[in-house]
Ligand binder design. Structure first.
Ligand code: NDP
Ligand code: AKG
Ligand code: MG
Length: 417
């Protein structure tokens, strides 16, 4: 395909997705990357260097990634005459099936809607998978950070992130308010004359496909529980329905049965025979449970906004969003990205922790089946942290640590592979 600004590497092949959604990965796959805004310029090149070193060391030159830059955000706006979200970026991700991205800026209160959310929606990347684990030696605000070992499955395509919102005083908001009051009998809009309105769609299909992924992950990794996190006591037909559909799915598709009359469900792992409990926790209680009883939680399935909050809260428990990775997944496409944003005050200073994006790449390598290279990244990360050669975010909380720049930390990881 001829692109306007994307340069397809001269060497490299396309990853193919098979009918059963498995991947056929050539030894020299083309992988598109978005550098990202803000600190993207710092962390993306370091991620690429670390991944290249891990792949080279693991396979002695038999495998190699051909990186292909694609554009969204500020760099796209410059290249594509003000188009922040070029169509050919989406085309490239669809063609090459696996991509990785740096963070993208979203203005608050007005301006364009999130490009990150738009990517997830346009490509139907309905699962946001964010593992939360502690690396020995990483400074943490809690006493036993190692007790926190969870994987968040955040629904990534629905909820208030759908962006159906009407500004206060706009004709649209007035129309919706009139409809709600006059046709739906809504009497509890406290200030109907001057109110912004947001709509929160949550569907059975959207919920079940996410919870299915979470339960399947618990089966594949032989984990003891899946916790549905919701605010269903207040938002009964959206968050409450999420819980009910989750329990329903566990029974209908995974042979689960009610535990002591319900609502919790228990099921056998069909692979290992061990018990998996499907349980639920209301979202506010969950935010204290993760601090007081983290060992009770393993896989977490939740809605979009709860998942956003939980991701950063859990990341803080194991050392911060400097090492919080993630993947956005559809059934056929994977776009890997850090949990953090563009941290604009640090942009271009070669200062921040590239760990989140590097660990997102580590997830990407496992997605490709390149586990040997992924293992080397973990080994390198562990080694650099144990040597106390770290970026500012860890150094400021550690005794006797050596402060490294973003790029130096990447080199320290490579040296420890
Ligand atoms: N997926 C994406 O692309 C995301 C994009 N965003 C966007 O990013 C922009 C900025 O958002 P903001 O709320 O400030 O959140 P950020 O995650 O960008 O930054 C918040 C704070 O987190 C810490 N931090 C972030 N990244 C790193 C890192 N790599 N290493 C070390 N510390 C880090 C810094 O803490 P400290 O000050 O303590 O050093 C930073 O000030 C917004 O436009 C937002 O919409 C936000 C989240 C995700
Ligand atoms: O899109 C954004 O700007 C923020 C997204 C975000 O916070 C997240 O995905 O965790
Ligand atoms: Mg977030």
């Amino acid at each position: 395909m001829a692109y306007k600004h994307i340069k397809v590497p001269e060497t490299g092949e396309t990853i193919t997705v098979n009918a059963d959604h498995s991947l056929t990965v050539p030894d020299n796959p083309i992988i598109p990357f978005i550098e990202g805004d803000g600190i993207g310029v710092d962390i993306s090149p370091v991620m690429i260097d670390v991944v290249d070193a891990a792949v080279d060391k693991a396979y002695g030159g038999d495998k190699k990634i051909s990186w292909m830059e694609i554009y969204t955000g500020e760099k796209a706006a410059e290249l594509y005459d003000g188009d922040w979200f070029p169509e050919e970026t989406l085309d490239a991700i669809k063609t090459y099936s696996v991509a990785i991205k740096g963070p993208l800026t979203t203005p608050v209160g007005g301006g364009f809607r999130s490009l990150n959310v738009a990517l997830r929606q346009e490509l139907d990347l309905y699962t946001c998978q964010r593992p939360v684990r502690w690396f020995e030696g990483v400074p943490s605000p809690v006493k036993n950070p190692g007790d926190c070992d969870m994987v968040i499955f955040r629904e990534n395509s629905e909820d208030i992130y759908a962006g159906i919102e009407y500004q206060a005083d706009s004709p649209e908001a007035k129309k919706v308010v009139d409809f709600l009051r006059n046709e739906m009998g809504a009497t509890k809009i406290r200030f109907p004359e001057n109110v912004g309105i947001g709509i929160k769609p949550v569907s059975e299909e959207g919920t079940k496909r996410l919870v299915r992924k979470a339960i399947q992950y618990a089966i594949d990794q032989d984990l003891p529980s899946v916790t549905l996190v919701h605010k269903g006591n207040i938002m009964k037909f959206t968050e409450g329905a999420f819980r009910d559909w989750g329990y329903e799915l566990a029974q209908e598709e995974f042979g689960g049965t009610l535990l002591d009359g319900g609502p919790w469900v228990t099921m056998k792992n069909p692979r290992t025979g061990s018990d998996i409990v499907i349980k639920d926790v209301i979202a506010d209680a969950m935010l204290q449970q993760i601090l007081t009883r983290p060992r009770d939680y393993s896989v977490v399935a939740t809605l979009n906004l709860n998942g956003d909050y939980l991701s950063d809260a859990l990341a803080a428990q194991v050392g911060g969003i400097g090492i919080a990775p993630g993947a956005n997944l559809s059934d056929t496409i994977g776009v890997f990205e850090a949990t953090h944003g563009t941290a604009p005050k640090y942009a271009g200073q070669d200062k921040v922790n590239p760990g989140s994006l590097i660990l997102s790449a580590e997830m990407m390598l496992r997605h490709l089946g390149w586990n040997e290279a992924a293992d080397l990244i973990i080994k390198g990360m562990n080694g650099a942290i144990q040597d106390k050669t770290v970026t500012y975010d860890f150094e400021r909380l550690m005794d006797d640590a050596k402060l490294l720049s973003c790029s130096e930390f990447g080199k320290a990881i490579v040296a420890k592979m």
